[in-house]
Write a protein that binds this ligand. Structure first.
Ligand SMILES: Nc1nc2c(ncn2[C@@H]2O[C@H](COP(=O)(O)OP(=O)(O)OP(=O)(O)O)[C@@H](O)[C@H]2O)c(=O)[nH]1
Length: 644
């Protein structure tokens, strides 16, 4: 497959159009970067982003660009500077898109403002990538020269193409002994169809090729169109909550200009606010007096209501409003749901506030109140995948100091009742009762795996175990293969990625897209502990797996639930039929310890008394289920793969 990506000298076509449009420089010079006054006309602005497969070196390259342009002093530099969250640094991954404005004096002697938007690479966060790409005119496509094209390389290139961006290929990690930049260059040309004749060889770690990259950004990324004369239109691509400033909104100005003190209107919500602070991220906030078409910046306007300034909304001026809002972003649909409950019931309101604030910073997060007899009041939350879920949970615990219990994640099923009504089931308890249930459908994905050919057999076996249906296999290059499967999402979002990595020694990569719903023989597996149904442990699974999963689950729960003073039976059931059961033996106090010698009837009496006490405790006793038990369902899948 070849796509006509780089027809003609990159960047020039669109840049030529811009040059003829260049109007007078901004009426008022503005301050940014180390307090220096710099005039920025659109012809001297470059908005670009870095896209890559996970771990190919985006954040390290961003660090180098910041150092090379003196945006961040070397002594202040810490690895992955733009990954501001502790969580991002600890895990070594980018979660949020991050922006930085750099001042760069190019070889032509001119000073340029380069707006860099760093993006995450993991499949769960691809919606962040698409948002940042919409704010750019070009991007650096970073490919690890020791690995080559991977699944997210392809997915991100398609996103860049959809946004009509200029793509500059960068072959990173050429310092590695195993690097084969020439081979990988050919691979990019063959697989993606991208002209790599002027690809840049770089090592973000050693600082090689950085000057060439900066020059290429200036030369090849088109300048933004000069729309300064038009009524203001600025697209919000991100926002976050600041305890002092209220909601801080990040945006890209497409048309017109805005100044500190202006009365702005959010076109979709209709809310109006006076701008209190206007600035650019450098990458720390630096205040400016005005921002013009083509620029990227932030504003604070004492916005208290999180819902007033939504990502995707258009900002305009009250006194000279634009007629039409910019097309926003397509809403992302969360595919994985789980219950979040505070361990301490008093923290319910705090959890709601925290979720509201987090949602502002994370457009894909959904939540609605949920009440469960076992867990009390909490929220049913929707995520894009398991990593996303883990990250949100960890952010809530760290940034908002909450103690949470998470229930096992589930995908969104659709159930049809006997009377024909359809229910969206994002929680097993929403399933209509068995006698009224006609059918259940589950979401399917088209899964693409790129792997070195020696792992093909083992990966096919894994895909089959996970109810995958083979669609296609193609040789990408001589040594690497693409495998395509149709697979239920429920099988992909659990631990499929981990299993794939372990079977391919980390070399395979994957990407998936939802294709639709399909009816399957799915059943509700209930779990009873001490005779009581524990709703949060219930799961909707395929009938063929129900017996096995039920058996493995009760066994695992037996290990996880602490012993009580009484015997605790654990059962897995489909409807009224118990498919597996185990029991946790009671803790036994030696009531005969003090009874030296003594006669047998005295001992019998003591034992009888103990048995009666336990019986009473059993009927009244509450079994506290530990957090790990709610995740036990996930571990079952892992255990089901024979090689693990
Ligand atoms: N040898 C070598 N290692 C590099 C180079 N660039 C990055 N790395 C290493 O590769 C790993 C991943 O780099 P990151 O910059 O975190 O990758 P990323 O693409 O930003 O990853 P995500 O943000 O998680 O998508 C880190 O351990 C880096 O030190 C390079 O040029 N040479």
């Amino acid at each position: 497959m070849r796509l006509a990506l780089c027809s003609g000298p990159p960047g020039q076509r669109r840049r030529a159009a811009v040059v003829t449009n260049v109007a007078a420089p901004p009426s008022k010079p503005q301050t940014y970067a180390n307090g220096k006054v710099v005039k920025v006309a659109p012809s001297h602005i470059r908005n670009f982003s870095i896209i890559a497969h996970i771990d190919h070196g985006k954040s390290t390259l961003a660090d180098q660009l910041l150092i090379k342009t003196d945006t961040v002093e070397n002594r202040d530099m810490q690895a992955q500077y733009l990954d501001g969250m502790d969580l991002e640094r600890e895990r070594g991954i980018t979660i949020k898109l991050n922006t930085a404005r750099m001042k760069y004096v190019a070889k032509d002697g001119e000073t340029y403002a380069l707006n860099l938007i760093d993006t995450p690479g993991h499949v769960d966060f691809s919606y962040e990538v698409s948002r940042s790409l919409a704010a750019c005119e070009g991007c650096l496509l970073v490919v690890d020269a020791s690995q080559g094209v991977e699944a997210q390389t392809l997915a991100n290139v398609y996103l860049a193409l959809a946004n009509d961006l200029e793509i500059i290929p960068v072959l990173n990690k050429i310092d590695l002994p195993g690097a084969e930049p020439d081979r990988v260059k050919r691979e990019i040309e063959e697989v993606i169809g991208l002209d790599c004749s002027n690809a840049i060889y770089a090592s973000a770690k050693k600082g090689l090729g950085i000057a060439e990259i900066l020059e290429a950004v200036v030369e090849r990324v088109p300048a933004p169109a000069d729309n300064r004369g038009k009524p203001l239109r600025a697209l919000i691509f991100d926002s976050y909550y600041d305890a002092y400033k209220g909601v801080v909104v990040q945006f890209r100005v497409t048309d017109g200009e805005l100044h500190k003190g202006d009365l702005v209107k959010f076109m979709n919500t209709g809310c109006e606010y006076d701008i209190v602070e206007l600035g650019v991220l450098n990458p720390k906030p630096v205040e400016v007096d005005a921002l013009y078409a083509g620029e990227v910046g932030y504003l604070a306007a004492s916005i208290k209501q999180v819902a007033d300034a939504r990502v995707g909304d258009t900002i305009t001026l009250k006194k000279r409003p634009a007629e039409e809002a910019l097309p926003g972003y397509t809403e992302v649909q969360p595919m994985v749901f789980c219950g979040l409950f505070p361990t301490d019931a008093d923290q319910y309101t705090e959890l709601r506030e925290a979720l509201l604030k987090l949602q502002l910073n994370d457009a894909a997060l959904r939540f609605e109140p949920e009440v469960s007899s076992a867990m009390g009041f909490g929220f049913r939350c929707g995520f894009l995948g398991l990593l996303h879920m883990e990250i949100v949970q960890e952010r809530l615990e760290r940034e908002y100091d909450l103690d949470l219990i998470t229930t096992a994640p589930t995908v969104v099923f659709k159930a049809v009742a006997t009377d024909g009504t359809e229910t969206v089931v994002d929680c097993p308890s929403k399933l209509p009762p068995g006698n009224r249930l006609a059918s259940i459908s589950e979401p399917y994905v088209r899964l693409e795996v790129i792997t070195p050919k020696e792992y093909v057999g083992s990966i096919m076996e894994l895909a089959q175990q996970r109810r995958g249906e083979y669609v296609d296999m193609q040789f990408l290059t001589e040594t690497r293969t693409t495998l395509v499967y149709n697979m239920p999402l429920a099988e992909v979002v659990t631990d499929f990625f981990d299993a794939l990595k372990s079977r391919s020694r980390g070399y395979a990569s994957m990407e998936y897209a939802i294709t639709g719903y399909r009816e399957n023989d799915l059943v509700l597996l209930d779990i009873k502990i001490n005779g009581e149904m524990v709703e949060p442990l219930a799961a909707i699974i395929h009938r063929d797996n129900a017996y096995y999963v039920g058996k493995a689950l009760v066994k695992r729960l037996k290990e996880l639930i602490p012993r009580q003073q009484f015997r605790v039976p654990i059962q897995a059931a489909i409807g009224a039929r118990v498919v597996a059961s185990e029991s946790i033996p009671a803790l036994r106090k030696d009531v005969l310890a003090k009874c030296y010698g003594g006669d047998i009837s005295r001992k019998k009496k003591l034992l009888k008394k103990q048995a009666a006490g336990k019986k009473r405790m059993k009927s009244l006793g509450r079994v506290d289920v530990p957090q790990e038990a709610f995740m036990a369902v996930l571990q079952i899948n892992r255990e089901s793969s024979p090689d693990e």
